[in-house]
Design a protein around this ligand. Sequence first.
Ligand SMILES: [Mn+2]
Length: 436
Amino acid sequence: MMSGLPFDLSEYRRRQEALFSGMPQDSLVIIPNNPKSVRSNDTHYRYRANSYMLYLCGWEEPDSIFTARYTEDKWVTSLFVRPRDTNSEIWEGRRLGPEGAISGWPIHESHSIVDAYGQILDAIESGLKPSLISGISPSLDELVSDFEFSRIRDPRELLDTMRTVKSEAEIELMQQAADIASSAHVKAMERSFPSIGEWQIQAIVEGHFMDSNSQWSYPSIVGGGDNATILHYSSNSEAIGDGDLVLVDAGCEVHGYASDITRTWPVNGKFSDAQKEIYNLVLKAEMAGIDACIAGSSWMSMHEASCAVLARGLVELGILDCTVSEALGKNLDGPFRNYFMHGTGHLLGLDVHDVGGGRKGDKKPGPVLKPGMVVTVEPGLYFASWRDDVEIPERYAGIGIRIEDDVLITEDGPVVLSSNCPKNVDDIESIVGISR
Ligand SMILES: [Mn+2]
């Protein structure tokens, strides 16, 4: 069997070496794969390998553990995998087994998963200090916690920073994911019509993902009218009325690398004046955010750029009755946040909300933007008609708009990977409904 790995072995080796160069030589690196997840009784959700496992060696089978230790002047990598088992393979699918894992994978040794715990215990008892990614495998967490280490070394401290900067080959996969998702949004626009079900738009989008040999990278959000104001709406179960907007936040993955695109359009093909006012304001904020995606800039610069545009626009439209600086607030926490509650973007990669910082609630500030980073830029404005805690102007009640692109940071400025997905009012109006 061919390995079918998305990268040259040398790229995986480079990643491994970069990790090991930061690890003390008495470390035992332990990275478990994700467990399978039960949907009901004996039926499982589609399996998705752990992103760190994909990053370091591309192994996609469950019940596997990647380890590395330093012996005889070099780091030796091992993969513990499910052994071959004809009966299990008849029911669940072929396994590569330790024999298959050793040929064509970027590892030195392979073993049966059955031997993993014994070998890990032996290594720890011989004096190696576990460097485990915790929170993935409860039984490994427990095994390691039985030894009283002052602190378990967490390989994520190094890996997360490494993962923020993508190689040429990674960017190529992310471009493919962005292209597939862009086409999916275009198809959904073309086939929209008044009264279309949110689930029907979901089917068009995800059908295109599957048709492209891809799959969603997070549950698709398809919200019509007021549902577009629910940030993580995902039931996608209502019909969308004539005159309503639909917000579609949907992306896919290619070899684990995600795209994450949001578009908002009128299902009848024509923005109302009120919808257009809000739409063009969000678009202006989005483009200001993209323009701020400059290598060397602070993480907050795109958020600041988008927020400034939104606050000014809300004052100009008469939605906020105050000065622009009052609307913005001292710490970007002014009343414009009544209508824009989330961050402007996040890192994107093997995880849709990728590792490496920049997330709300982080203790450290987000990373300085570097060439090779991919971020999303996704401001929005939400006027939920049912809210009574803030002023919702009648003219804009029931409007929820977000526009999101995937942006590669380069020395020469931002490159929008999702640029094939239309976002100007005229471009959108010219295609909505043309193939209904
Ligand atoms: Mn996003």
